[in-house]
Write a protein that binds this ligand. Structure first.
Ligand code: COA
Length: 295
């Protein structure tokens, strides 16, 4: 590893990091491809733009959590991470294919984890790459398998859904309270980022409170609630809103969230496994469906 430098990421690094992230995850998808799960695709322009906006957001809120590795050829790896209250979260982490397995990832993760040294808890969503899983295990994370529900909703199975409404920026304090109860730390500034591009559905009644964010494809990006009944109500609301006949995805379900599996199978979705929720100093949040980068 001659000429390798580990240094803080700057906004000028973000376009190259975005290309490297697309390349690294595409190569991983091809390497780990399984017959049952959608064929690997390159990032859409919308996905690239959101990735870029999110990474610039991390650079604004947590410049000390974002690191890159350079050699004489340019950017060869990066790790972005952030602290929210008690919790350090790893957002994204890639080393250029062909240079993996030589210790670059270790140096990057150590730099990023320094940013979270005062935190009680840690969260990350691990890919299926055995190198990533090994790195996280060596860094003290426990691995909790993630499941994913996918398919076309059987609309005849949808129960009447009440006590839900559209979320607005005025719900942010409520969302932060639910976050603290379920995952031990609010999302704080990440709510504004999500509200800029995602649709929020909120449930807030005498029987419980919660919210979910959905993207334009109907993919659940985050769901948190104070009890399982409210969580199930929100998930049904999300599934009911999918365009009839369209494919929906509910990713990042841990075994602690059987309520989500119950809803998904009742809606006749398929259940698969994909990656791990890596946790340090905490149990799998529930009722909770985490976001892959904002956890
Ligand atoms: C995950 C990733 C960032 C780690 O970076 P890296 O430079 O490969 O990491 P390192 O070389 O420091 O560490 C990899 C470890 O796995 C080991 N390893 C290498 N090949 C392996 C394999 N096929 N199976 C299991 N372990 C392997 C290495 O020996 C090393 O362990 P060690 O430190 O005990 O020797 C990089 O591999 C990557 O970009 N993967 C694809 C994208 C991805 O999955 N990102 C993580 C998203 S959560």
């Amino acid at each position: 590893m001659t000429g390798l430098t580990i240094r803080p990421m700057t906004p000028g690094d973000v376009p190259a990091a975005e290309r490297l992230s697309d390349e690294g995850f595409h190569e991983l998808d091809l390497r780990m491809q399984r017959a049952t799960w959608p064929a690997p695709e390159r990032r859409t322009p919308t996905h690239s733009q959101r990735w870029t906006e999110r990474t610039l957001h991390f650079l604004r809120t947590d410049p000390g959590g974002c690191w890159v590795a350079d050699d004489e050829t340019g950017l060869v790896g990066f790790a972005t991470s952030f602290v929210r209250e008690t919790t350090w979260c790893l957002a994204t982490y890639v080393v250029r294919p062909g240079l993996q397995g030589r210790g670059i990832g270790r140096a990057l993760l150590e730099a990023a984890m320094q940013h979270g040294r005062g935190c009680l808890h840690g969260m990350l969503s691990a890919s299926t790459d055995p190198k990533a899983v090994r790195r996280y295990h060596l860094a003290g994370f426990e691995m909790h398998p993630q499941m994913v529900l996918t398919g076309v909703v059987d609309r005849s199975a949808i129960p009447p859904v009440d006590k839900v409404r559209e979320g607005t920026a005025g719900d942010t304090d409520l969302m932060d309270s639910v976050d603290r109860r379920t995952r031990g730390a609010a999302h704080g500034p990440d709510h504004e980022l999500m509200q800029g591009v995602l649709r929020a559905i909120v449930s807030d009644s005498d029987t419980g409170s919660g919210y979910t964010y959905l993207d334009e494809t109907g993919r659940v990006q985050l769901l948190a609630a104070t009890n399982r009944r409210t969580a199930a109500r929100l998930l049904w609301a999300a599934l009911a809103d999918a365009a009839p006949g369209s494919r929906v995805t509910v990713p990042h379900i841990t075994a602690a969230n059987q309520w989500a599996i119950q809803v998904g199978l009742a809606a006749r979705l398929e259940l698969h496994q994909e990656g791990y929720l890596g946790l340090r100093g905490m149990k799998p949040p529930a009722p909770y469906i985490h976001n892959g980068a904002l956890l």
